[in-house]
Design a protein around this ligand. Structure first.
Ligand SMILES: [Zn+2]
Length: 199
C-alpha cells in the first residue's frame, strides 16, 4: 500500500519536473509541440500571452539572479490559480491513504508548486553552446548539465582554469619533487651497497 502511494507521488513529481524543464527550455518555434503535449493535461488551457509570460518568469526564477523574481512569479501564479473561484485543491480518492492535494491540472498552480519544490536544484548550464541550458542539478556545485558534450566542455574549462591558477605552483612542486626522488635514488643505491656487502 505504501509503495503504491510512493510511486504515485513519484510519477506526479516526474511529470511536473518534465513540464518545468520543457517550458523553460522551449524555443520560440517549439510552442506547437508544447500545445500537443500538454493541451489535454492542463485545464483550462492558458492564453498564448500567459504562456509566453510564464516561460519568461520561469526562466528568470531558474537563473536565480534576484529573489524578487521568485517572489513575483510565485505570487502571480498562485493568484492566477485561484482566479474565478477555481478549485485549487482536490480530494484524491484514487489512492489510499486518501489525500487532499493541489489541483495540478491548473498549469499556473503546477508551476508554483513545482518551482517551490525544485528551486534549490534549478541551475543554468554554463556551456554557452548548450541547447537546453535549464537543468536540475544533482550536486550543489554542478555547473554543467548531464549532456555528455557539456560535461566534456566543463572538464576542459576546469583544466584550463586549474592551470591558470595552479600551473606555476605545480611546476615548482614538480621540480622540487625531482630533487627528492634523486635523494631517494641515492639512498636506495647505498642500501643496495650495504646488502651487497653482506655475506
Ligand atoms: Zn548543457
Amino acid at each position: 500500500m505504501h509503495s503504491s502511494t510512493k510511486t504515485g507521488g513519484k510519477g506526479l513529481g516526474a511529470s511536473l519536473r518534465e513540464m518545468l524543464l520543457d517550458l523553460a527550455n522551449l524555443p520560440d518555434e517549439g510552442w506547437p509541440q508544447f500545445h500537443r503535449r500538454y493541451l489535454g493535461v492542463y485545464i483550462p488551457w492558458p492564453s498564448n500571452e500567459d504562456l509566453v509570460n510564464w516561460r519568461l518568469w520561469l526562466r528568470q526564477v531558474w537563473k536565480g539572479e534576484d529573489d524578487r523574481d521568485v517572489r513575483f512569479a510565485l505570487a502571480a501564479w498562485t493568484r492566477e490559480a485561484t482566479r474565478h473561484d477555481r478549485q485549487s485543491w482536490v480530494f484524491d480518492a484514487s489512492r489510499t491513504p486518501y489525500a487532499v492535494r493541489p489541483n495540478y491540472k491548473i498549469l499556473a498552480l503546477s508551476l508554483a508548486v513545482g518551482t517551490s519544490e525544485l528551486l534549490s536544484k534549478m541551475a543554468v548550464c554554463q556551456n554557452p553552446g548548450c541547447p537546453q541550458p535549464y537543468f536540475l542539478r544533482s550536486r550543489k556545485t554542478q555547473r554543467f548539465c548531464d549532456r555528455p558534450a557539456c560535461s566534456t566542455y566543463g572538464q576542459r574549462e576546469h583544466k584550463k582554469n586549474w592551470w591558470k591558477e595552479h600551473g606555476k605552483e605545480w611546476k615548482e612542486k614538480r621540480e622540487g619533487g625531482k630533487k627528492t626522488r634523486g635523494k631517494h635514488g641515492k639512498i636506495k643505491k647505498a642500501s643496495r651497497g650495504v646488502l651487497a656487502e653482506r655475506p
